[in-house]
Structure formats: C-alpha cells, structure tokens
Design a protein around this ligand. Sequence first.
Ligand code: LLP
Length: 412
Amino acid sequence: MHNQPFRYSDGRLHCDGIALSAIAAQVGTPVYVYSLRRVLDNFHRIAAAFTGAHIHYSAKANGNLALLQLLTYAGAGMDCVSAGEIYRALLAGAAPENIVFAGVGKTPHELYYALEQNIGWFNVENARECELIDRMAGVAGKRARIALRFNPGVTANTHPHIATGHGGAKFGLTEAAIRALLDHAADLPNLDFAGLHVHIGSQLHDTTATVAAVRAARDLAQAYPSITTIDIGGGLPVPYSADEALPDIEQFAADILPLLAGYEVILEPGRAIIADAGVLLTRVIYRKAQGGVEFVIVDAGMNDLMRPALYDAHHDIIPLHQRADAPLERVQIVGPVCETTDVFARDRELPHVEPDDALAILTAGAYGMVMASQYNARPRPAEVAVAPNGESWYVVRRRETWQDLVAHELSL
Ligand code: LLP
C-alpha cells in the first residue's frame, strides 16, 4: 500500500524514476536526496488518518525552503521553534496564521518578531513568557493566541534523549501551573488562552503513553471553556529497518482522535513526513582491516548525519549498485571525522564494496541536514529534490564551499 521511493531497478538504486548514481555523479557526494512524491504521500496519509485535524509540519525535522514550499502548497501549516524557522516558513509562503511558535526559551526579540508577523499560535511553557507576550501585545495593540504546553508527567517509550513529557524534563508546565494561569486569565488581558499543547516525545514506540497524555490534557481542558483546541504535538514513529514493529499512523489516529471529540486538533509531525523520503548518498574512499574489524571509510561523516553518533541510531545502508556476485561481509562503516563516534554502522552485513562504490544511508530525511555542521571544516552537503513526477530533479541547496566556511569570520 505504501509505495517506497527508493528501489532497485536493473540493479541500480532509484529515487522514484531517477537513478541515484546519476545524481551522485553530477552533484558529488555526500548529498541528501529527497523524494517529493513521498513527502506528499506521507502528508496526505497523515491528513487522511487524522480527519479534520490541522497538520503543522515540524520544520525542525528538515527546514529546506523547497520542502517548506511544497508542504505549504499542499495545505500544511508550520510548527516553528525559533524566529529563524518562522522566517524560513514565511519565506516559503506559509500564511502567518498557520504557524505555531513553540519553544522552551523564546527570547523577547523572537516573541516581538512573531507578534509583528501575526503568527497563529504561541505554544507557551513559562508563566513569565505569558507576561512578556501580554505586555508586548498590549503595546502593539494586538492579541496573542496561546496554547499552554502541558507536561503530563508521562514517560514516553522512546530513546531517553528525545523524551519530553516526564516529570523532571525541562518541557511544559505542570497541571498546577496551568491552572494558576487559566484561573487568573483576566490578569493577562491581551492573551487568548484558547489551546493546550502536549508533546511527550519523538519516535514514540507505542500509543499507550500518548493516549494517557492526551486524555490528561483533555481532562484538564474540560474545566476551561475558553480552551477549544488541543495540539497533540509530533512523535509519529518511522521504522528505520524492515523488522522494526511500530504502530502506524492510522493506529495513532484511531487511539487518539476519539478522545478529542468536540475539540479542534493540531498535529505537528516532522519525522513521519520527511524521514523515509530522504537518503544520504556517500562514496567509499578506502577500506582498512585492523584489529579484527573490516572498516569501510566513506566520505560522509557525523557532521553530515549525526543521529548514529548522538543517539546510537540505526540507519540501513545499501549500495547504489546491486552486484549479484558480491559476497556479504561484516563491516564497520565509518566517516572521516576525527572522532571515535564517527561511525554509521557497527558489525553490519554489507555486500562487498570497493573504493569509489557509492552507498545510500536510508531514512535520513529527518534530523539529517538540519543537524549537520561544518566540524573539521567540512562544507555541508548539497540537497537534491526529485520532483513529484519522479522524472526530474533539482539541486535545492548547493554544496557549501571553502569560502562558505570562512564567510562569517573577520580577520585580525
Ligand atoms: N512538536 C514538538 C513540540 C517537538 O518537540 C517535536 C520534536 C516535534 C513536534 C516533531 O516531532 P516528530 O514528529 O519529528 O517526532 N533529533 C532527534 C529528534 C528530536 C525531536 C525534537 N522535537 C532525532 O534525530 O531523532
């Protein structure tokens, strides 16, 4: 039912109708490649499962302007976590009223910009932030629509680095803090307290904790008639390998939507829209056998895709050319960066590859390029989008140059 964009045809890995080797040859490696068809399919699938909900793409997962533009035209709103992301979203054509602005530490400058732009929602998780927005809105003669972010004290079943809804996390407000704000809403006359926001983590492995969190948010909302919207955040999971069993989008919708009857619902998916629409192409530079390990050294590093180094995350890695005669071997796939954690895969079975062979690191569309850095003075990779027709492709971000590396520096 779900049409994978990355498939072999005649032994060559394709993104929809385009042979990835052609992109690697013309643009070089490392390069991110995105299937716009898959992005649209993912978005429409989520919109269909969560009928009636407002889908705000979480731009932090991948903020490339071409993707933001595509999703805006497709009808998505945006979930932004900085003034910079709002700037990007507006540049891509997002309507200000379809932008939610979230974040645990928004600065006065960022809040001012967001107010000036008339963005749709402020997701707020600090009483002092409410006072600040109220004051600024008063001076500007505007009203600000607020969704208070609730920390339900629920521990999500996911990697601890991406769980946010438990007690002790920096995120959200306790029930008592939310009640204190809502019970004294009249003290902040320029704010409309119209929503509650709850997001307990990313890559959620089951629906149980989310159901508990959403139910708690709804129960809290019921005491306050001004609350008409519940924003359930992101977190829809994506399998990173074929044997990873995870609830699908339809399951999340079936378990959550019935709890929210009578409320407007906002959803902030990032990963579920872009992760499996993207790959990172890299080329083998060398091999080295040492200490009982067969190393495959590639030209992408942890600076280009840091998920494996940061979360020990698994990404499937496959060759661009399928060779029937290539024996399988157990290798460690590493990058060139001067860090021991610059490892994409340990003890991984891979058909034999030689220098100059190209590999695709799969499911790399989300939290890949956005988390890339120039560490080791490595220019960040190019990004390519394959058009929804599957037959043409564009460079949507050029590869950085050495000049880009020093562009912001001033010499003595
Ligand atoms: N809404 C809020 C308030 C969030 O904090 C996040 C993600 C999202 C929505 C989008 O979540 P998604 O649908 O993508 O799970 N760098 C990590 C993930 C960090 C997620 C941060 N917040 C990774 O590579 O796994």
